[in-house]
Design a protein around this ligand. Structure first.
Ligand code: IMP
Length: 179
């Protein structure tokens, strides 16, 4: 199925499931080589990263741990703006090599906040691995070290990404239809 409807929006198939799989194969090789012998802790950011986390770790044959966190955003006082809090971090990450798994990095605000929260716990290192990265939307300076697929600045769904709750289960990546 190449065109789908989710709520009021239509989306066209943009990246096939096979292409997504090939990109994750390549990324798993890169990450496996980098973290072999370091027993990394992969931290998937829910909800969107459930798909990427599972697909990535099943391709790794290094010793590693996998866990999940959520990001809660709320509006603070007008001086503090939006406050982001990491919830569900139960592992001790002091001295550990942590790899944050994100479904997509867009402006970078979310990963910047996650990195700041993790730094308070003194990990040995933290890197980011993203299924999708929109370089032209990115506004931060933290390097996104491990990227499966770079995409243009368009809204996409599928492979864990949603539009208002729908579309996470779609295979491949679908891009919003331009009107
Ligand atoms: P950022 O903080 O701007 O980098 O946005 C990151 C979050 O926005 C992601 O974790 C997604 O939840 C959401 N997001 C950004 N772009 C898209 C998209 O194209 N489709 C679905 N969700 C998106």
């Amino acid at each position: 199925m190449s065109r789908i409807q989710l709520h009021d929006k239509t989306f066209d198939l943009f990246i096939s499931e096979a292409e997504v799989n090939r990109a994750i194969d390549k990324l798993a090789l890169e990450i496996g080589r980098k973290y072999d012998g370091k027993r990394p802790l992969f931290l998937g950011v829910l909800n969107g990263a459930f798909f990427f986390a599972a697909e990535l770790v099943k391709r790794l044959d290094i010793e590693c741990e996998i866990s999940f966190v959520k990001v809660a955003s709320y509006h603070g006082t007008s001086s503090s703006g939006t406050v982001t809090q990491l919830i569900g971090l139960t592992e001790r990450i002091e001295g550990r090599h942590v790899v944050v798994l994100e479904d997509i990095v867009d402006t970078g605000g979310t990963v910047e906040n996650i990195m700041a929260s993790l730094a308070e716990h003194h990990p040995a290192s933290v890197s980011i691995a993203a299924l999708l990265f929109k370089p032209s939307a990115y506004k931060k300076t933290i390097p996104i070290e491990h990227v499966a697929l770079e995409i243009p600045n368009a809204f996409v769904v599928g492979s864990g990404l949603d539009h208002d709750g729908l579309g996470r289960n779609l295979r491949g990546i679908y891009r919003i239809t331009e009107n």
